[in-house]
Design a protein around this ligand. Structure first.
Ligand code: NAI
Ligand code: OAA
Length: 311
């Protein structure tokens, strides 16, 4: 199985590293526009193999899409990340043109690929990819919810002081500082509701910290995060390539689900060999429904800025 990752920067290279280390694909191609950069990252990753023991073939290329031919999955991480104080939405001006051009180029050589969109603002970039390529909705999947959910589990595990692997929880909605919806009501510690262990004010703080999880890291690092983002993409790619049918919160095109139409947003999805195989329409509370509708308004507002790039 072959995966192409466009953008060999922090997130793209980390994703390639996790995919190869965990043997998720037999071949990974990293592509970047910066001369020699993808080649260097690929060489560095390959030189881990003797000591970590993987067999994935990782190669890098500058701008030559012929080397990406017949990829099963293409991950788009190309574009600029935010700096401290910025929102993800502020990246749209530069990233929209990059993502559209990349999506068109990859499809010329991998017409059957499933595309995973990572570049921000991710929900809008996913919508753009879907509209610009005309691909069916099962083949365009935005990654954000897998990451936001892992940050939610992290903050819950800290508040509970319990192992992160014992915690379950999901974040739906938009992948933005104010549009994420951590589903606290449904989060659990070994199958038991977290509300049985934590006071409401603590749960509210966990949700608030989760929502600004990316901004917090951007403030600490000077650029946005990459370890958990790269690992979250690899987790999603694994479910596709190995037909795991995991339920993962992903940004996908909605046609009536959750009361929304003509928009890509984070909802629970079954992800397998066909990409998006099912949208799981869970029953939200009135409060969660209101939050989802508000989140959709904000994402839709952002999508309106695509008018020029979508001509
Ligand atoms: N959806 C999510 O959960 C997350 C999204 N992101 C987003 O992912 C994107 C990448 O972030 P980083 O890897 O940290 O940035 P980075 O700056 O480290 O890497 C981006 C790479 O894209 C390359 N690039 C730019 N234009 C290109 C083009 N036309 N073709 C090929 N490559 C091109 C650059 O040369 C650079 O190497 C950002 O937009 C960031 O906001 C980051 C983390 C999580
Ligand atoms: O915060 C950012 O800009 C990058 C991102 O989407 C994340 O780490 O969640």
């Amino acid at each position: 199985m072959k995966v192409t990752i466009v953008g060999a920067g922090n997130v793209g290279a980390t994703c390639a590293d996790v995919i190869s280390y965990r043997g998720i694909a037999s071949e990974v191609v990293l592509l970047d526009i910066k001369e020699g950069f993808a080649e260097g990252k690929a060489m560095d990753i390959m030189q881990c193999a003797p000591n970590t023991g993987f067999n994935t073939k990782v190669s890098g290329i500058t701008g030559d899409y012929t080397k990406t031919a017949n990829s099963n999955v293409v991950v788009i991480t190309s574009g600029i990340p935010r700096k401290p104080g910025m929102t993800r939405e502020e990246l749209i001006g530069i990233n929209a043109g990059i993502v559209k051009g990349v999506a068109e180029n990859v499809l010329k050589h991998s017409p059957d690929a499933i595309i995973v969109v990572v570049s921000n603002p991710m929900d809008t970039m996913t919508y753009l990819t879907l509209k610009a390529t005309g691909l069916p909705k099962n083949r365009v999947i935005g990654m954000g919810g897998a990451l936001d959910s892992s940050r939610f589990k992290y903050y819950l595990s800290k508040a509970l002081d319990k192992p992160i692997g014992d915690i379950d929880g999901m974040v739906i909605g938009g992948h933005g500082d104010t549009t994420m919806i951590p589903l606290t009501r449904l989060a659990s510690y070994n199958g038991m509701p977290v509300s049985g262990f934590l006071e409401q004010d603590v749960l509210d703080k966990v949700a608030a910290d989760t929502m600004v999880g990316g901004a917090t890291l951007t403030g600490l690092l000077g650029t946005s995060a990459w370890y958990a983002p790269g690992a979250s993409v690899a987790y999603l790619v694994d479910s596709i390539l190995n037909d795991q049918k995991k339920m993962i919160a992903c940004s996908v095109f909605l046609e009536g689900e959750y009361g929304q139409d003509d928009i890509c947003m984070g909802v629970p999805c079954i992800i397998g060999a066909n990409g998006l195989e099912q949208i799981v329409d869970i029953k939200l509370s009135e409060d969660e429904k209101a939050k989802f509708a508000k989140s959709a308004d904000a994402v839709r507002n952002m999508n309106a800025d695509l008018k020029e790039v979508l001509v």
